[in-house]
Design a protein around this ligand. Structure first.
Ligand SMILES: *Cc1c(COP(=O)(O)O)cnc(C)c1O
Length: 365
């Protein structure tokens, strides 16, 4: 007989974590267009697909554990020392490893209020406390972040540009944030949308990583046509790379992903086309929607956040789009912005569809 009242118990805090809520998809078999997860509207680099297929010939063999092929390609294209790169099973893998390595019981991590919803999960999973800091008009506020630092602070999580708001901090602002931190606090710059930024005063964070001993930059292939392959990478000082390499899964990036990632990195033509398409339709959709009834927060990412007069209006907009086969992202439950929707930049047809439906909805309301 087993006594059900005695059973394995998760570590303190684990059951207080709200699970991550992914963007919705259409019903299986429906041809709904998904604009809820910031995926590529131009598919995958053909070169990456070809590389992925060649890996099918070697599935019986363990992948090389340090993702050398991928690190070499990244080092070449971005001008980085390959020894300063760690690859992961999505950048999610690396964010978890950073939390596990630098946070524990009694520690605090600081983030802006509408920052990426994975940060509270990984912070609490490591036994630490997440400190949420108010923003200024949906943008991270450097003074407020610095004011929230205590002697318990060990990590600052900063998505730049940020998801789900699309806003960014200039290089000068990120440097001001870094300059105000004690050297034992790790600044994690999550540049998941770096490939899409046009703003001239933006920096992806690589220079700061090179100059400081407490800054890491995290990147992903997910928003560039390879979300299914799960590939992320980070660049950091040697001592951080060494610590992460001690605890990461020994074969954390599979062979098809390593080969596809390396090919995608070198396919600069495809990446440029994606960036150009995104900038064009991001600007177009922003101009179409921005009005008295809908506010579009200026975005540097591959999505826009639209703010409606109230939560009810946003819910109606979500439903109306969904009925017409366009699935966007609700940001009430996971981000506390119930009057907003996040809309990924998709194909021309999808963008024209979204604009037409929302403008008609505003007119009749
Ligand atoms: C999408 C996203 C990621 C990427 O996650 P993956 O695990 O690489 O798919 C990381 N950070 C932010 C801010 C994101 O929006």
């Amino acid at each position: 007989m087993s006594d059900d009242s005695i059973r394995p118990v998760p570590q303190p805090g684990i059951l207080d974590i709200a699970p991550y809520l992914p963007g919705k998809s259409g019903a299986p078999g429906s041809n709904a267009i998904k604009l809820s997860a910031n995926e590529s509207p131009l598919g995958t680099s053909p070169k990456a697909m070809e590389a992925f297929r060649t890996a099918a010939e070697h599935l019986e063999i363990y992948p090389e554990g340090s993702s050398k092929i991928l690190r070499t390609a990244l080092a070449e294209v971005h001008g980085i020392d390959p020894d300063r790169i760690v690859c992961g099973n999505g950048s999610d893998d690396l964010l978890h490893l950073l939390a596990q390595t630098y946070l524990g019981e009694g520690d605090e991590a600081v983030m802006n209020r509408y920052g990426f919803s994975v940060y509270p999960i990984i912070t609490k999973a490591a036994g630490a406390k997440i400190v949420m800091v108010e923003e200024t008009d949906y943008t991270a506020d450097v003074d407020a972040l610095l004011a929230a630092v205590t002697e318990k602070t060990k990590v600052i999580w900063l998505a730049n540009p940020n998801n789900p708001t699309g806003t960014y901090l200039s290089d000068a602002e990120v440097r001001r944030l870094h300059a105000g931190l004690r050297p034992d606090i790790l600044l994690v710059i999550d540049s998941a949308y770096a490939e899409y930024v046009i703003a001239a005063d933006y920096s992806v964070g690589l220079e700061l990583v090179g100059e400081a001993s407490n800054v890491v930059m995290v990147r992903t292939f997910s928003k560039m046509g390879l979300a299914a392959a799960r590939i992320g990478w980070m660049v950091g000082p040697a001592h951080v790379v060494d610590a992460i390499n001690r605890i990461r899964g020994p074969f954390n990036v599979n062979l098809p992903a390593q080969l596809a990632g390396a090919a995608a990195t070198r396919d600069v033509e495809f990446n440029a086309r994606l960036k150009e398409h995104n900038a064009k339709w991001r600007d177009w959709l922003t101009a179409e929607l921005h009005s008295n009834s809908m506010r579009v927060v200026p975005s540097q990412a591959n999505f826009i956040m639209v703010l409606f007069p109230d939560a009810e209006f946003a819910a109606k907009a979500f439903e109306t789009l969904r009925e017409r086969g366009l699935i966007v992202r609700e940001i009430g439950p996971s981000y506390g912005i119930p009057e907003g929707l996040r809309i990924s930049i998709g194909s021309e047809e999808a963008m024209r569809g979204v604009a037409g439906i929302l403008k008609a909805l505003v007119k009749i309301s």
